[in-house]
Design a protein around this ligand. Structure first.
Ligand code: DCT
Ligand code: MG
Length: 403
């Protein structure tokens, strides 16, 4: 099989000449006449995955199948496709022949079949069939609505709903988030640019400065990994004096609302109490920070230069003057900041594998803390570098976490 036990245990795997495979102990490469040209760990957090890579045709195909598996609530299958795509993203060059894949981790039979078809015929029949299927297209449109997950989308699909517009005339009950999601659907499907993220960062900084002197904000998520566009903007807020950050978010939200800058917001209180519920409970994917999910109303300074819409012209995205943008604000005590930063930088698969890696090392990692289950103690850290060191991993900078 492609996936050997050593890989599963996380030992580094050296790929020689991109053909032969050699598993090494403790990361030391065996010396020999055939030069090692690539190293590929089975965990995404063992690999450097740049934003720009050489196999977009293959990864786009595999990620579409992953997305479709999500739409069919088949998480195992979805993760398998995502892992395979992630391995291809980390390769130093484009894959041209199947033999070049020999020895790489996470490439199961199904993925190989898809890759082979694309290499030989330029496209995969399964991918093309899926892409054009009614179920895939409807689920993509419906889960693209803010506040709508796969379960709800599936229920609606079964009731004949195919597009957000169908919801307006239907009798389906929408919650507040979903109503906002439908209302700003056309805005929110337009990717957010880095320039827009930076502009929002300036505004949030002004809000934070106005309510708590010395508080700091950090742009995280995809933009911290170097992406030039994203589906939302993620910020972490902290204060160098532990405890000062408590109750900060409602004030920031009020400041923004008073200036008509929020189209929607839902603020959750911090529900994380280390002493009380950790590590007795396993860390969940969702962290429990004080957090605000919002839809920002971003004024466009360049709006005046745009043509005004013709009367009768539809499409909110063309509305000049402002653009709705999804913004997440997360407040963290400074003692948890490094964990929050690591957890919120992503990518999603990188985070998933970090947690899995920690588990395999007898540790438990969340966006709040790292717990050593054998020593029965928390491992503190004030930087991401320290967390990687605790985990026995080589440090991977944000720009190379695009797994
Ligand atoms: N995250 C995670 N597990 C999830 C979802 C998110 O660990 N199931 C983390 C990793 C990324 C971060 O939260 C922000 O999430 P997103 O905004 O969804 O991801 P992104 O990489 O910022 O993507 P985009 O650029 O599209 O916003
Ligand atoms: Mg994001």
């Amino acid at each position: 099989t492609w996936f050997t036990e050593s890989m599963a245990a996380g030992h580094p795997v050296k790929i020689e000449s991109r053909h032969r495979l050699q598993v090494t102990e403790g990361g030391a490469a065996k010396s020999g006449p055939s030069a090692v040209t690539n190293t590929m760990g089975a965990y995404a957090c063992q690999r450097k995955t740049p934003l720009e890579h050489h196999n977009a045709v293959l990864t786009d195909a595999l990620l579409l199948l992953a997305e479709n598996a999500d739409f069919c609530t088949n998480e195992g299958r979805s993760v398998a496709f995502k892992r395979a795509a992630s391995v291809l993203k980390a390769l130093p060059g484009p894959v041209r022949r199947m033999e070049e894949l020999q020895g790489l981790p996470c490439l199961g039979e199904h993925c190989q079949r898809v890759i082979k078809e694309i290499l030989e015929h330029g496209a995969s029949s399964e991918v093309e069939m899926t892409r054009h299927s009614e179920h895939y297209q409807a689920m993509k449109a419906l889960t693209g609505i803010f506040g709508v997950g796969v379960k709800t989308a599936e229920q609606w699909h079964r009731a004949g709903i195919r597009h957000p517009a169908d919801l307006v005339s239907s009798e389906h009950k929408l919650n507040r988030a979903q109503r906002a999601g439908v209302e700003y659907y056309e805005h929110l499907r337009v990717p957010v640019t880095k320039a827009e993220a930076d502009r929002i960062g300036e505004i949030v900084k002004r809000a934070v400065d106005a309510v708590l002197l010395g508080a700091e904000i950090t742009l995280t998520g995809g933009f911290r990994r170097g992406k030039q566009t994203g589906h939302d903007v993620d910020f972490l807020i902290t204060h160098p004096d532990e405890g000062r950050e408590e109750g900060l978010l409602p004030k920031v939200v009020s400041w923004l609302e008073a200036r008509d800058l929020l189209l929607y917001q839902k603020t959750n209180k911090n529900s994380y109490l280390e002493a009380k519920e950790w590590p007795a409970r396993p860390p969940s994917n969702m962290d429990r920070f004080e957090r605000c999910f919002s839809i920002f109303k971003l004024q466009r300074p360049w709006a005046a230069l745009e043509e005004p819409p013709q009367s009768g012209e539809r499409g909110a995205a063309e509305t000049p003057g402002w653009k709705a943008v999804r913004v997440d604000l997360v407040v963290t005590p400074v003692s948890q900041f490094a964990f929050a930063l690591l957890g919120w930088t992503g990518s999603q698969l990188f985070e998933r594998d970090l947690r899995r890696w920690a588990g395999q090392k007898g540790m438990s990692l969340s966006s709040h803390a790292l717990y050593d289950c054998e020593q029965k103690r928390y491992l503190r850290a004030t930087s991401e570098e320290e967390i990687f060191a605790h985990l026995g991993l080589e440090y991977i900078p944000p720009g190379e976490r695009n797994a």
